[in-house]
Write a protein that binds this ligand. Structure first.
Ligand code: AHR
Length: 617
């Protein structure tokens, strides 16, 4: 029996409770959400000890047909610009039928019959090179399924672009640049995007993945990391200024998860995505202390100036008007209107060491002085299991921060047992941001444990302001972390049970929480029924006038529920249903007074929200 009294004053629920955290891990950005199909487009990959796929010719091979003889080398004597210092020199000594270079994308390029693709490439040639250059999309068996011709190659760098419509479908296509001339041509920034990106943005996002994220209705987007924010060493930190402007002028960096970041999906694109999915931007910037798990480096105090400026300038980039230095850069990129950034997250999981506190404070104090309107979110440290967070919580409270970020990667039992973690949290200090959490595995029981934890969060959503699962995306061929919320390959987006839990809580959320009391008849498994007994919440949505009751069944056996309402001005809310493995049975329902949302997945379904409608008064 779940009893809830919705006539009493409830507790306010944060309007921004469920969001998403995007980090470029598991090829989430390059090779994932970022729709660029060419891998290593600017030949800037470089070797990093212990990491794979980073050599400068990665993903490129030579094309030599019909007796052609050619070579390709990486050069840097006459670069495109000072941040894109390498390019490819293709030297053809014997023309044969044709020679060129070919890119295999991220495990092949997925292209489809009738779809159009926008290509662009920077070329320059020796003065005596007069032959046309042909760009081709070829199927996995080498059939040309799309092509375009570039004539009159200049002896200076020029960007050539066009559109190719494919005459066939291929999941493992290649993109090649070929010619039947002899001599040397220089090639840089080879790009191929589907015409059909999310919201048709230039330099945009893969549509199906962006839609899967949008379908969560996230209230916020935390980005860009995670560990990639503070980096493996200072030179590897994510400095947002390197990720805006013309993509050909963005100096890339290697990714501490073992591959390469083009920064094509950079801060401007993140802000735009927030706008497109109506999510609050929660950017994370580093504070001059690199990742504690990987040979931590610390910026000397005397060199902290640019790190402090990064924070102040980010506020100007996001919110400043177009007469300001950074506001005008945003306008140049196509967005004169401000992005209305309200929050800034400083740091990610740094240890509580004096060096961190001092640097954090330098940035926080400048923000407070020059941008008191910005709410600062701090970090609680590295623990991942809810312990050892006290030091940085106390520091954050002293600093009067707006919220503090906590991370949990834990066994499902931890989430079940910590349902009450926030019941007695200080309501006068910073709010809680559960900025990363997941139960260790992607079995149904893990999703259920997360649902259980979220009921505790809803019950305390006056003090817990934001929560997001992590990591969000995983390219199935390039996994560095497991579990992940959404898995994908070229043609499929696979939503996990954990995804549907996030969606359930995000879609069915109220603005008030009411005390509810769940009692149940003991079944044969005391442990499971304890979990079950703890888990039930009722929330009220003032605007839409309905009540959502979430009940999590942590037991695999059938549970029968009866429900009724004693409120006189409510639709007759009574009925009963049974929750079993994979289905629910509904009886004596009084529709449309109530409805049931169940997980739309084929395996066992255990988690339901009842939605009851107020009919009058
Ligand atoms: O989500 C994966 C990683 O876990 C994040 O980069 C980091 O913040 C945490 O340690």
């Amino acid at each position: 029996t779940l009893q809830t009294n919705i006539t009493e004053q409830g507790k306010t629920i944060s309007p921004d409770l469920i969001g998403v955290f995007f980090e470029d891990i598991n090829y989430a950005a390059d090779g994932g959400l970022y729709a660029e199909l060419i891998q290593n487009r600017s030949f800037e990959y470089y070797l990093v000890e212990g990491y794979v796929d980073l050599e400068p010719l990665h993903a490129w091979t030579l094309v030599q047909e019909g007796g052609a003889e050619a070579s390709m080398v990486i050069e840097n004597t006459n670069p495109l610009n000072s941040s894109n210092t390498k390019y490819l020199a293709l030297n053809i000594t014997n023309k044969g039928t044709r020679a060129g270079i070919k890119n295999s994308g991220f495990d092949g390029l997925p292209v489809a019959l009738g779809e159009s693709y926008k290509y662009s490439v920077y070329l320059r040639s020796q003065t005596d090179f007069n032959n046309p250059v042909v760009v081709k999309i070829k199927s996995s068996v080498g059939l040309v399924i799309g092509t375009d011709t570039i004539k009159n190659i200049s002896s200076n760098w020029v960007k050539y672009s066009g559109e190719i419509t494919c005459t066939n479908t291929s999941d493992k296509a290649t993109f090649s640049i070929e010619t039947d001339g002899t001599g040397t041509i220089y090639i840089d920034m080879v790009s191929l995007f589907p015409q059909n990106t999310y919201k048709n943005r230039e330099n945009g996002l893969r549509k199906d993945l962006a839609e899967a994220i949008a379908d969560l209705k996230p209230r916020f987007l935390r980005f860009p990391g995670g560990c990639i924010s503070h980096g493996r060493g200072i030179s590897n930190a994510y400095r947002w200024k390197e990720t805006i402007g013309d993509v050909a002028e963005r100096a890339p960096n290697w990714n501490l998860w073992g591959y390469h970041q083009t920064y094509g999906l950079g801060f401007y694109e993140y802000f735009l995505f927030c706008e497109d999915i109506d999510a609050i931007p929660l950017p994370v910037i580093p504070v001059g202390v690199s990742c504690q798990f990987r040979n931590r480096e610390i910026v000397p105090i005397s060199e902290m100036g640019p790190w402090v400026e990064d924070a102040l300038d980010l506020v100007e980039f996001a919110n400043g008007d177009i007469s300001t230095t950074w506001g005008s850069k945003r306008a140049e990129m196509g967005h004169p209107e401000p992005f209305n950034m309200e929050y800034l997250c400083l740091g990610n999981e740094e240890d509580d060491i004096p060096e961190f506190r001092v640097r954090f404070k330098m940035i926080a104090d400048s923000l407070k002085k020059y941008h008191p309107e910005i709410k600062i979110i701090g970090t609680s440290g590295t623990s991942h299991s809810g312990t050892n967070y006290d030091g940085l919580w106390q520091f954050s409270t002293q600093e009067q921060l707006s919220a503090v970020d906590e991370h949990f990667y834990v066994q499902p039992e931890w989430l079940l047992n910590n349902n009450h973690r926030y019941d007695n949290f200080d309501r006068n200090g910073p709010k809680v941001f559960v900025g990363e959490y997941a139960s260790w595995d992607d079995l149904m029981k893990n999703a259920i444990a997360e649902a259980s934890f979220l009921t505790g969060i809803e019950r305390n959503a006056d003090v817990v302001q934001f929560t997001c699962y992590a990591p969000l995306l995983c390219n199935e061929n390039h996994q560095q972390w497991h579990p992940d919320l959404i898995r994908f390959n070229h043609s499929n987006v696979i939503k996990t049970a954990n995804y549907y839990i996030q969606q359930l809580f995000s879609h069915y959320t109220g603005d008030m929480y009411f005390e509810s009391n769940l009692t149940y008849e003991e079944n044969s498994n005391p442990l499971e029924s304890t979990y079950f007994g703890k888990i039930g919440v009722a929330t009220w949505n003032t605007q839409a006038q309905f009540d959502d009751v979430k009940v999590i069944n942590g037991d695999e056996t059938l549970v029968e529920m009866d429900f009724s309402s004693s409120a006189s001005n409510w639709s007759a809310l009574s009925g009963s249903f049974s929750i079993s493995n994979g289905s629910y049975v509904q009886s004596s329902a009084n529709e449309p007074a109530w409805s049931i949302y169940s997980l739309p997945i084929e395996s066992k379904s255990y988690t339901y929200t009842l939605r009851a409608k107020k009919t009058s008064g």
